[in-house]
Design a protein around this ligand. Structure first.
Ligand SMILES: *[C@@H]1O[C@H](CO)[C@@H](O)[C@H](O)[C@H]1NC(C)=O
Ligand SMILES: *[C@@H]1O[C@H](CO)[C@@H](O)[C@H](O)[C@H]1NC(C)=O
Ligand SMILES: *[C@@H]1O[C@H](CO)[C@@H](O)[C@H](O)[C@H]1NC(C)=O
Ligand SMILES: *[C@@H]1O[C@H](CO)[C@@H](O)[C@H](O)[C@H]1NC(C)=O
Ligand SMILES: *[C@@H]1O[C@H](CO)[C@@H](O)[C@H](O)[C@H]1NC(C)=O
Ligand SMILES: *[C@@H]1O[C@H](CO)[C@@H](O)[C@H](O)[C@H]1NC(C)=O
Ligand SMILES: *[C@@H]1O[C@H](CO)[C@@H](O)[C@H](O)[C@H]1NC(C)=O
Ligand SMILES: *[C@@H]1O[C@H](CO)[C@@H](O)[C@H](O)[C@H]1NC(C)=O
Ligand SMILES: *[C@@H]1O[C@H](CO)[C@@H](O)[C@H](O)[C@H]1NC(C)=O
Ligand SMILES: *[C@@H]1O[C@H](CO)[C@@H](O)[C@H](O)[C@H]1NC(C)=O
Ligand SMILES: *[C@@H]1O[C@H](CO)[C@@H](O)[C@H](O)[C@H]1NC(C)=O
Ligand SMILES: *[C@@H]1O[C@H](CO)[C@@H](O)[C@H](O)[C@H]1NC(C)=O
Length: 827
């Protein structure tokens, strides 16, 4: 999910350019990282990789990254919530104010309303006493002390403009919040029970137990990216006494709104609320103070099951541990993840080291592990459960293929979670948001996630707890069973099968869904069919194989060879049921579209036929059969010219998933040196180490993992075991796989740090001349296979030369494509 539903495509692109905001995190953050990277160059002791992570990358420029304190895949991510556009809670923009600190957030989601932010607490100084405290959102919000924000893996801190320091450190479902007040002030806290970021409260209860020093609450809220008719339940448990060292003074209940309702009652302990049928969003909560203490520590537990479980999560996961103790445990968990990829720090440009580890951090930040915290049809499931799958359309391309390289155990848990969606709902989830079904984007992209797992780990599947027959049944449900409502799961598959494409303006009398995006849905459906084709081949399902092999080529059915744009012929287009194409300009919804009122996302009036893309962009999409695209576009030379034009004329959108593989398209026209140049340009024009250093929404780390692959000089083809080979930005790295017990080291021979820039200077080695695997020449300069490398552990040497012209061919087989006999057998 790249863009919000409520803001038009072009206006966002435009805004992104205008909003140049000053650096907000404390300058100490970057100084600390720079120093750590320098020190690690010569380090002999084990490296603390968390020191290289800049959690603020992507917190500006609509990156929607949550810099909050989290463990890997944590259900809890403590962050402040800010006013304005802040879907992940925090943003760097210093003109926005802080509403409070809260435990639940997502990272990399584009819904402009925001997601979670429930159970927010705001420390306060109320010199006039209890009745003078500002309670409501608007009244209590405050600026930060500028340029003091600080955060790192497992730690978040921000200081209000009144000098109160707020810090947090997490476990999976709980954590500690620590507040340091200015000398001489009495600590007050406004706990907001009802307000989440999208203002979706639909009823619940709260209780203050002054004896225990505990406040408990729970209720119903709505989705940030899905049908508003559904609600999810959430619960929290605040322990106020810090093991008896803090004494509660005043306590009570408040209710307010922005039109002057400001009511408080000292000594009241209960709130019992239902949904406001007239649609009002009252704010309610608790207000309490402490007798003494500049420093107040609160223990917070959350749950999606019950109040009791929220309290027991805090008791079990935090207990009476200190803040430092919890933080140290979080850092250790992060190091376990970050050390899966080790690099030659001394030989790598410091910015590249920081980009790599910051991206790897986000690659394990989401989805949120809510195992044991299930509700609705998943209540009590015995399988792993992950919340916030925003969205499979984003993550199948690079996010899960990266996880497959080093963490098959985690990958298998998430695959099991997808299959569990099929067990419980009949189809795999596409875009789970806030434990609720979210909107479908391209179809059932989960097919390419579980398909990638099956192709790469079928030998280990049973040991990893995955039954391949069950996995295959889940894929077949997506591919063959039309749900009544395909806006949230499955596909419009009956109509698609009937026509061989998803037609525009078709009578669908038996199922409901938003009839837009016909071109891109056909392209994605067809690639989803390829995933099923791959697993059918794996499991010897001969009849299915024939069917899905054919359906893998249906992307061709929306190819209109007559459409011309900028002198290039042949574009994907939507099409009527009778086969006639319905013309839309290939430029529409591209960055070169000068109609900025055009809708390009999920809106009902998105008329272009493509999702968050132009036809210029989506016409490159057939990752399993690019050789045929070369042919459709008029042969190798025209294909290369068209790719050049696509980038030079500004049609490419770095922040958009359908474009992920396009810079490497030259490989398929036998021009791999061109891909090397293009990827250098893409990285340095779109990514850097600043808060604005992402080209838009991180999309649940889809962006982060694309960048990781670019830096490693690799690119994965989903639902296959093939990697495209490029020029690494790092001289030497090792990828560890602790389940397979393998390590693979890639050395970039002749690596020259002068090549690490937007343009590779003349005479500087950067182009791939030879690839050897364990001393043996690889079959091609352009690709190698997981089964020859990462699965068994290998020493790979990628030799680089300066003369691009001499080596600008694959010198062996091209990467595989269906139409040239590719994907004939599986490893
Ligand atoms: C690392 O070692 C090299 C060579 O011994 C030395 O020149 C350099 O100053 C050292 N760098 C740091 C950061 O200690
Ligand atoms: C922080 O900077 C913003 C934007 O320049 C400004 O509006 C705000 O007043 C500043 N806050 C403080 C506490 O100085
Ligand atoms: C509450 O807000 C008002 C208006 O912004 C402000 O004047 C007052 O000082 C605030 N009170 C407290 C206790 O912060
Ligand atoms: C009011 O809320 C409390 C918990 O906060 C609950 O125990 C009680 O049953 C609720 N009362 C009603 C009438 O719902
Ligand atoms: C998710 O949480 C469960 C329960 O603590 C744990 O067993 C599992 O390993 C976790 N998975 C990941 C990917 O963190
Ligand atoms: C393949 O799909 C096309 C629709 O694009 C259909 O006309 C044809 O019959 C199918 N072929 C086989 C062998 O199923
Ligand atoms: C599929 O067939 C091949 C070749 O006959 C065989 O080696 C393999 O074990 C079969 N796989 C399955 C899952 O039946
Ligand atoms: C196909 O249907 C469209 C839309 O109804 C119509 O404009 C077009 O003329 C039809 N084409 C043919 C060949 O009948
Ligand atoms: C593109 O070049 C490759 C390698 O030289 C060749 O095999 C292929 O046939 C060419 N494709 C087209 C459509 O000409
Ligand atoms: C590192 O990144 C910063 C921020 O983007 C930039 O100012 C600096 O020039 C970069 N340094 C190098 C050596 O690329
Ligand atoms: C990896 O090593 C561990 C510990 O030595 C062992 O238990 C496990 O079976 C090995 N896994 C594989 C796939 O060889
Ligand atoms: C490396 O590549 C060059 C140019 O393609 C070739 O001449 C040479 O034999 C290769 N060297 C090795 C060791 O494979």
């Amino acid at each position: 999910m790249t863009f919000s539903l409520n803001v038009s495509w072009s206006s966002l692109v435009f805004l992104g350019i205008l909003c140049a905001v000053q650096a907000q995190p404390s300058p100490k953050v970057q100084q600390r990282i720079t120093k750590a990277i320098k020190a690690a160059a010569n380090a002999t002791e084990p490296v603390d990789y968390t020191q290289f992570v800049n959690v603020f990358i992507g917190t500006d420029n609509f990156g929607d990254v949550c810099p909050g304190a989290s463990i890997p895949f944590g259900m809890v991510k403590f962050s402040t919530d800010l006013t304005g556009y802040a879907p992940a809670g925090y943003v760097t923009d210093p003109t926005q104010k802080i509403r409070g600190l809260s435990p639940l957030h997502d990272s990399g989601t584009g819904s402009s309303l925001g997601t979670y932010g429930n159970f927010e607490i705001m420390p306060s100084i109320c010199p006039g006493g209890f009745n003078t405290c500002n309670i409501t959102l608007v009244a209590r919000e405050r600026f930060r002390t500028n340029n003091t924000d600080d955060a790192s893996p497992g730690y978040f801190a921000q200081t209000l403009d009144n000098g109160i320091l707020m810090e947090a450190t997490p476990t999976r479902r709980a954590g500690l919040e620590r507040f340091t007040f200015p000398k001489g002030s009495k600590p007050y806290f406004v706990l907001d029970f009802t307000s989440d970021l999208p203002a979706s409260f639909a009823g619940g209860n709260m209780a203050i137990d002054p004896e225990k020093g505990r406040i408990t609450m729970g209720g119903l809220w709505g989705s940030s990216f899905g049908p508003s008719s559904y609600n999810y339940q959430a619960f929290a448990c605040y322990d106020l006494t810090n093991g008896g060292t803090q004494t509660l003074d005043e306590y009570g209940i408040w209710q307010g709104n922005q039109w002057g309702l400001d009511a408080k009652e000292l000594g009241q302990t209960h709130l019992n609320l239902t949904r406001s049928l007239i649609g009002d969003t009252y704010q309610y909560g608790a207000l309490f103070s402490f007798k003494q203490g500049r420093e107040i520590t609160l223990r917070v537990g959350v749950s999606f099951v019950s109040i009791d479980q929220a309290c027991s999560n805090a008791e079990e996961e935090v207990g009476d541990s200190t803040f430092e103790n919890i933080q140290a445990k979080a850092v250790a968990l992060w190091n376990e993840k970050l050390s899966k990829i080790e690099i030659d720090v001394g030989g790598t440009p410091p910015n590249i080291t920081e980009l790599l580890y910051s991206s790897l951090y986000r690659a394990s930040l989401t989805p949120n592990n809510a195992t044991g915290e299930t509700q609705g049809v998943f209540a009590g499931t015995t399988h792993p459960y992950f919340d916030s799958l925003y969205c499979s359309w984003d993550t199948y391309r690079t996010y899960y293929p990266l996880m497959a390289l080093h963490s098959p155990v985690e990958f298998s848990q998430i695959v099991d979670n997808y299959i569990d969606g099929w067990r419980k709902n009949g189809w795999m989830p596409e875009c789970r948001a806030n434990n609720l079904p979210g909107w479908t984007q391209g179809g059932s992209s989960a097919d390419n996630i579980v398909g990638h797992f099956a192709i790469n780990y079928h030998n280990e599947a049973a040991e990893l707890g995955i039954d391949l027959d069950e996995l295959y049944s889940a894929m077949l449900a997506d591919g063959d069973t039309n749900p009544f409502e395909w806006d949230v799961q499955g596909r419009e598959v009956n109509i698609y099968k009937q026509h061989g494409f998803v037609p525009f303006s078709v009578l669908d009398a038996s199922s409901t869904g938003r009839q837009t995006r016909e071109g891109s849905r056909t392209l994605e459906y067809s690639f989803e069919d390829f995933a099923i084709r791959q697993v059918a081949l794996l499991l010897n399902k001969t009849n299915d194989f024939v069917e899905y092999n054919n359906r893998s080529t249906w992307y061709r059915n929306v190819w209109d060879p007559t459409v011309e744009s900028d002198g290039f012929k042949g574009f994907a287009q939507k099409r009527f049921p009778n086969g006639t194409f319905s013309f839309t300009s290939p430029v529409d919804c591209s960055p070169n579209d000068n109609d900025d009122s055009r809708e390009c996302s999920l809106q009902p009036d998105n008329e272009v036929g493509f999702y968050e893309s132009s036809s210029w962009e989506y016409s490159w999409f057939a990752p399993h059969d690019t050789a045929h695209l070369v042919q459709l576009m008029g042969g190798n030379a025209t294909f290369v010219k068209r790719l050049d034009h696509f980038f030079n004329a500004g049609y490419y959108l770095a922040g958009n998933e359908p474009s992920f593989q396009t810079p490497i398209g030259y490989h398929y026209a036998n021009k791999p040196s061109h891909s090397v140049d293009r990827v250098r340009q893409v990285v340095f024009e779109n990514f850097d180490i600043t808060p604005a250093g992402l080209p838009g929404n991180d999309d649940q780390a889809a962006m982060a993992t694309l960048l990781v692959f670019h830096l490693l000089g690799l690119y994965p083809v989903p639902s296959t075991s093939q990697f495209l080979v490029l020029s690494p930005f790092i001289p030497k790295y090792t990828i560890h796989n602790s389940f397979l017990n393998t390590s693979t080291t890639i050395t970039a021979k002749n690596y020259d740090h002068k090549s690490i820039g937007k343009n590779i200077p003349e005479g500087v080695a950067a182009y791939v001349s030879n690839v050897t695997i364990n001393g043996q020449p690889a079959a091609s300069r352009c690709h190698f296979d997981f089964y020859d490398t990462f699965r068994v552990g290998a020493d790979i040497v990628i030799e680089l030369v300066a003369d691009s012209g001499n080596v600008d061919e694959c010198a062996g087989s091209l990467p595989e494509s269906l139409s040239t006999g590719g994907w004939a057998t599986l490893r």
